[in-house]
Design a protein around this ligand. Structure first.
Ligand SMILES: Nc1ncnc2c1ncn2[C@@H]1O[C@H](COP(=O)(O)OP(=O)(O)O)[C@@H](O)[C@H]1O
Ligand SMILES: O=P(O)(O)OC[C@H]1O[C@](O)(COP(=O)(O)O)[C@@H](O)[C@@H]1O
Length: 310
């Protein structure tokens, strides 16, 4: 079974308007209310790719109920713990540029954390636990470390897609897969990453720390993949970016979906990149047909070491 876990879900209130100006009244005629948060996006894409998953995490209030109902209509199983508060609404403004305003995550108490620990305790060898999205400062990082270590010890694939100090703190728990984008990777090392060469260099340092598969996504420029045995670079297919929110989550979903089927990281990487781009090219998350259509357009080449200038 694949379990996704979103500690900080959201409704993504997504508004399209030709021009957006701050400090004044803007009106939009096209708005959407998507359930969001990275783990939830992973569950939604997995479902579109034909895989069943169960969405865990914390949700509450009218927004939490909306998310549960929305996911149910897509046939996605949920098992959220009551957050005790209204789940946030994240604002995504799609204009000449993409502007985002993400709210804070929930304030969680010990008894709520214990409920998640109990759910993770029921998972079995070979299962997947995808912890994705921001981890609120109100929760001690040791809590997540304990979950990660417990997965590692029991042969559960622990996939981590978070950022900032939480990502840094969880690296030593040896996740199966992490997928920072180039900014998140740079943040970890206090550098600015602008080239695939630099991304390879820093991703390799993470592999040395015991992470099995490191994918660094680089938006329209594609992505890179590093493990102990392989290094690949992928060019993303060309197309018009409509809404890139959820592209990273789609990459993670595509990688997992393909890996479960073939256990081949190169194939999984290609499928992940095609899924990320398929999402970038439409308003909501990708559909299976989009991914399969884009698959031949993803060119993957082995990475040859060149000068690393940083
Ligand atoms: N403008 C784009 N054109 C084509 N593909 C894109 C574009 N933006 C994102 N993607 C695809 O989605 C993947 C993840 O996007 P990225 O923006 O790096 O992730 P995140 O949302 O985590 O920041 C990329 O590796 C690429 O395959
Ligand atoms: O938990 P965070 O870091 O605030 O991010 C939540 C946001 O990220 C998303 O999951 C999208 O993530 P990506 O664009 O990185 O794939 C949105 O649905 C959501 O609003």
């Amino acid at each position: 079974m694949i379990y996704t876990c979103t500690i900080t879900p959201s409704i993504d209130y997504t508004a399209y308007l030709p021009k957006f100006e701050s400090g004044t009244l803007n009106r939009s005629e096209e708005v959407y209310y998507y359930p969001g948060g990275k783990g939830i996006n992973v569950s939604r894409v997995l479902s579109r790719l034909g895989l069943k998953s169960r969405a865990l995490g914390y949700a509450g209030g009218f927004t939490g109920r909306y998310i549960e109902e929305f996911l149910a209509t897509e046939g996605i199983e949920t098992d959220f713990i009551d957050a005790g508060d209204i789940t946030r609404i994240n604002v995504k403004i799609k204009s000449e540029a993409e502007t985002e305003l993400n709210g804070p995550g929930p304030e969680l108490e010990q008894h709520q954390l214990e409920q998640l620990t109990d759910k993770v305790a029921t998972m079995a060898e070979g299962d997947w636990f995808v912890l994705a999205g921001s981890l609120p400062a109100s929760v001690p990082i040791q809590f997540f470390k304990d979950l990660a270590v417990s997965c590692h010890e029991r042969g559960i694939h622990f996939v981590l897609d978070t950022s900032g100090p939480a990502l840094e703190a969880l690296l030593d728990t040896q996740p199966f897969l992490i997928k920072p984008n180039e900014h998140e990777l740079g943040e970890m090392f206090g550098v600015t990453i602008t080239t695939q060469q630099q991304a390879f260099h820093y991703a390799s340092l993470l592999v040395e720390r015991g992470i099995q598969h490191v994918v660094v996504s680089m938006g329209g420029s594609g992505a890179i993949y590093v493990s102990r045995d392989h290094r690949y670079q992928a060019k993303a297919p060309q197309g018009k970016a409509v809404n890139t929110v959820g592209s990273g989550d789609s990459l993670v979903s595509g990688f997992i979906a393909s890996y479960i089927q073939h256990q081949d990281p190169k194939q999984a990487f290609r499928y992940g990149v095609a899924s990320g781009s398929a999402t970038a090219f439409r308003s909501d998350l990708c559909e299976l047909a989009d991914v399969e259509r884009l698959l031949p357009e993803v060119s993957i080449t082995p990475f040859e070491e060149k000068d690393v200038t940083q």
